[in-house]
Design a protein around this ligand. Structure first.
Ligand code: SIN
Ligand code: CO
Length: 383
């Protein structure tokens, strides 16, 4: 378990979130690393895991993309090994990420873990996303500059840096310390000793990324086939003229798509996509019948939440009443208002089994919801 000690989360959101960088000393008291560099290196050998080694020797930067079978040629000079989405593979890493639960979950991306040798780092750069960087084992000097324009350089393939900046923060972080850096603020971390760092990253799509996603969604669901029509067409002086009213009509076609109920469904689907599931094709999740689920529960099977499960809940108004709509890994789960609390409690449980079931008044509904959670691919029977 990790507990994030922030004096006031509300104050943090008001004063710092997306506004200015800050160092928070001992945000995690008695911090213990959720993994070590050997486990991190193990992950960097895996085909499906995104990893890279960034090194600098005699002023020459190199950026090698994983997976790695042999680390020796890459770990030269001052180097850092960085592995993405470690929370999908190491339960303790997921717990560390989950301790940032005061930020809405749909904004959370992943936990990136880095191991740096002394003097290692990725160089001065700017990220487009908010990041909390937790200091694990070792110590590291962090410098952060003002949010303004800087000249970018690319000293190695796919390695974006800036030439330099004047620090407004210049501090040495020790285990359990935390630094928050909003998008656009240049920063540079240099390891003073061999060290581990944990970066909690957030997602913030651009308009174009959303548009791409929306187009994919519309195609997969065969939506929006309504065609432009103009029975009231007017004559004009030039055959080349398009009237503002006609552009407005087309604009309204776009607005209709965005104001349709499909848009809400698209957003929920977009933000609950997991790596395991191909966006819209039938996924590989086994479909269990209710009886199969009940039999497994009775046989003592524990159902575990997958580490990369993504959940969104939306409060929607239906006939003057609010109802919660839940999405788990792109699957919609409807629940009667009287069972909303029960579903919320289940969503917060990493393990659902017959013992957990005893905490709920309605065993029948528990079974049904469990079946939905399992068939959405969010939980799996640990057999
Ligand atoms: C790290 O090296 O652990 C973090 C890299 C960064 O500054 O984004
Ligand atoms: Co960065």
């Amino acid at each position: 378990m990790y507990t994030l000690n922030l004096p006031s989360k509300q104050r943090f959101l008001e004063d710092y979130w997306q506004k200015k960088p800050v160092v928070i000393r001992q945000a995690f008291a008695n911090f213990s690393d959720p993994l070590d560099e050997h486990e991190l290196a193990g992950l960097a050998q895996e085909e499906d895991i995104d990893s890279r080694i960034i090194s600098k020797k005699k002023g020459v930067w190199a950026n090698s993309q994983g997976p790695f079978s042999d680390f020796t040629p890459h770990c030269i000079g001052d180097w850092s090994l960085l592995v993405q989405s470690v929370d999908h593979y190491i339960p303790e890493a997921k717990m560390l990420l989950d301790s940032f639960d005061f930020i809405p979950n749909w904004r959370v991306d992943d936990l990136m873990v880095s191991y740096s040798e002394r003097n290692g780092g990725v160089g001065p750069h700017i990220d487009q996303y908010d990041v909390f960087i937790i200091q694990g084992r070792g110590s590291r000097r962090w410098q952060v500059g003002e949010n303004k324009h800087y000249n970018s350089i690319q000293p190695a393939k796919n390695l974006k840096q800036i030439t330099g900046f004047d620090p407004i923060i210049d501090e040495i972080l020790e285990p359990g310390d935390l630094i928050y850096i909003p998008p656009g603020f240049p920063h540079n971390g240099v390891a003073l000793t061999p060290c581990l760092n944990y970066s909690v990253g957030f997602r913030a799509p651009t308009q174009r990324e959303l548009l791409d996603g929306f187009v994919d969604y519309a195609q997969a669901k065969n939506l929006f086939n309504h065609r432009y029509s103009d029975p009231d067409i007017s004559s004009r002086d030039s055959r080349f003229e398009i009237k503002s009213s006609e552009i407005e009509k087309i604009r309204n076609m776009f607005k209709d798509m965005i104001h349709s109920v499909h848009f809400d469904d698209f957003i929920a689907t977009y933000f609950t996509e997991t790596k395991d599931i191909d966006m819209y094709s039938a996924d590989l999740t086994e479909n269990y019948t209710l009886n199969e689920i009940i039999n497994m529960l009775d046989d003592g099977v524990m159902f575990q939440r997958k580490l990369d499960t993504r959940i969104i809940q939306q409060k929607m108004r239906f006939n003057d009443k609010y109802q919660i709509v839940t999405w788990v890994n792109q699957h919609r789960i409807n629940v009667e208002p009287e069972h909303e609390d029960m579903l919320s409690a289940m969503l917060n449980s990493t393990i659902l089994d017959s013992e957990e079931k005893n905490n709920y008044a309605n065993g029948l509904i528990f079974n049904q919801l469990l079946a939905r959670l399992v068939n959405s691919g969010g939980w799996y029977p640990d057999i």
